[in-house]
Write a protein that binds this ligand. Structure first.
Ligand SMILES: NC(=O)c1ccc[n+]([C@@H]2O[C@H](COP(=O)([O-])OP(=O)(O)OC[C@H]3O[C@@H](n4cnc5c(N)ncnc54)[C@H](OP(=O)(O)O)[C@@H]3O)[C@@H](O)[C@H]2O)c1
Length: 275
């Protein structure tokens, strides 16, 4: 809650609660993560941008610094499926940025499509690791400092595929369902703290994932849907979630599906497989 106080000039000042301002954005060089990075630069966060492709990270860095000079403190080219290196990586980041990030926006992800018999083990491993073990490792490395500073924000991007397993989406559904259960545990573990945890369910978004889908079954290539919203709209939802600490599901159909999936999963499965 804002703390109000009367100052020497007799004016009532509203002091907003302090917010952490050093933010680590994963998946920052493409799609949703890139749009989030630019939106956070506009909100005056200091940024650490993480992805694997350094060239595209530099492009995001330029865009962020154009909207707010010196917004980007560090770019980090790192493969998050190397989960064992994540603790050391965050120590390196903290040393270079004079502090541990108090905000984590986890956008790194892959979305392998393909029937179970066609899915390569590596693609399955990457999708699940990015959404589960890498995410746990990142949170585990950042949470102690968030607890100590008594503030922190963790936001992750989920999908309607977390709700139920459709044909051709086994790996993606497993990854996002895992992510959602981890978010529930995180919320429970931070319930009595000032650390806010929020999940964004964006629907189909124009991004690297929808432009060049990672697809392993020919029959699925013919079943592409057009994106429903832009990465910038999702970035707005992330900014809102950071301010309020509440989950955001974009799109009325998605919101209804989230409620119905619990009570009438058969109906939701039918509706999803028709669209
Ligand atoms: N687009 C959609 O319709 C949609 C819908 C629901 C949820 N989502 C979720 O939104 C998140 C962002 O996806 P997007 O749509 O923005 O896709 P995107 O444009 O393909 O971006 C994916 C990002 O993840 C990074 N990444 C992939 N593998 C990585 C690895 N091993 N280590 C580190 N970074 C890695 C990529 O950078 P590098 O290639 O440089 O590694 C890229 O920056 C994902 O979790 C996705 O599942 C997307």
């Amino acid at each position: 809650m804002p703390a109000n106080g009367e100052s020497a000039d007799g004016m009532t000042r509203v002091s907003l609660p302090a917010r952490p301002d050093l933010a680590l954005v994963t998946g920052a060089n493409s799609g949703i993560g890139k749009a989030v990075s630019v939106a956070l630069a506009r909100e005056k966060y200091r940024l650490i941008l993480l992805g694997r492709d350094e060239g595209r990270l530099i492009e995001t860095q330029k865009e962020c610094n154009n909207v707010c000079s010196d917004a980007v403190r560090k770019i980090v080219a790192y493969d998050l499926t190397d989960t064992e290196g994540i603790a050391a990586l965050t120590e390196e980041i903290a040393a270079a940025c004079d502090g541990t990030p108090g905000v984590l926006v986890h956008c790194a992800g892959t979305a392998p499509r393909g029937y179970i018999a066609d899915l390569p083990a590596k693609a399955v491993h990457n999708a699940i690791a990015l959404n589960t073990s890498a995410f746990i490792a990142l949170c585990g490395a950042l949470l102690p400092a968030m607890r100590q500073s008594e503030m922190g924000r963790i936001v992750a991007i989920t999908s309607g595929h977390a709700l139920l397993g459709l044909a051709g989406f086994a790996a993606y559904s497993a990854a996002k369902a895992g992510l959602e259960r981890i978010m529930q545990s995180l919320k429970a573990e931070t319930a009595s703290t000032n650390i806010e945890i929020a999940l964004i369910s964006p629907g189909l978004v124009a991004s690297g994932q929808t432009k060049a889908p990672e697809c392993y079954s020919d029959a699925m290539r013919r079943r592409q849907q057009p994106p429903k919203r832009t990465a910038e709209e999702v970035a707005e939802a992330v900014v809102k979630a950071l301010a309020t600490g509440t989950d955001v599901t974009l799109g009325a159909k998605q919101r209804i599906a989230r409620h119905l999936a619990y009570w009438a999963p058969g109906l939701v499965r039918w509706a999803f497989s028709r669209s």
